[in-house]
Design a binder for this molecule. Sequence first.
Ligand SMILES: Nc1ncnc2c1ncn2[C@@H]1O[C@H](COP(=O)(O)OP(=O)(O)O)[C@@H](O)[C@H]1O
Ligand SMILES: [Mg+2]
Length: 235
Amino acid sequence: MISGNKKNKLPLLEVRNLSFSWGGKTGLPALKSCSFSITKPGLWMIVGRNGSGKSTLFRLISGMLEPHTGEIFSRLKPALMFQNPDHQLLLPTCASDLLLSIPTSLPNETRQRRIQIVLEQVGLMGMESRPIHTLSGGQKQRLALAGALASDANLLLLDEPTALLDPQSQIKVLDIVKSLCNRKNNPITAIWITHRLQELEHCEGAAIMEKGQVGAWHSGLLLKKFLKPLAGRVV
Ligand SMILES: Nc1ncnc2c1ncn2[C@@H]1O[C@H](COP(=O)(O)OP(=O)(O)O)[C@@H](O)[C@H]1O
Ligand SMILES: [Mg+2]
């Protein structure tokens, strides 16, 4: 039994010596004894060149894949968000899609109310019956975010969520995630994979992923300054 004090000192997420190879235990490792932890809610960013293992790491944290060795300790409920929202929005309208994320055990009224609340949280209020194909890319990404919130997730794993968005929609998505991470009541934890160095200015901490390992957390500004001269080579 963990006492209250001790429990508060446990990380929210701890990844310890995680290894995984897509080709089975004897294949080339995508993750190689990867370790890091997150101790408080907020927006945490990871940068790294293609093939460094970022998406594989997210699949392991979300439980889609089992590690070959190592452990993941988490006190949070994860939700994975992809670069292309079309890969995760399934039903024709905003409300019908969101309903998929809300437990059917809840009374209908509660489920409908939750749809309203999460749409409001992502700036899509009143869009319950909007057909999804009429939404812009940024709105679709925000709807995917609403789906994660509707499922009660409090660990968002965002895999280059703004890569396909225009600058305005990019800023909007970033602002919404930041406000969810900074809110007083039940702030969420988000890990955001980015290729855009300017996004690093907005995070609580940022780390480089290289050859299947996540490095130490630094301030986003510091990492941006360090990476800028190398842009195109490191990230
Ligand atoms: N579905 C897959 N099947 C086989 N190999 C994969 C798969 N996904 C990723 N890999 C391999 O795992 C390694 C890490 O890839 P990935 O996690 O996608 O990196 P990143 O997201 O940083 O680009 C790469 O060598 C890649 O080729
Ligand atoms: Mg990837």
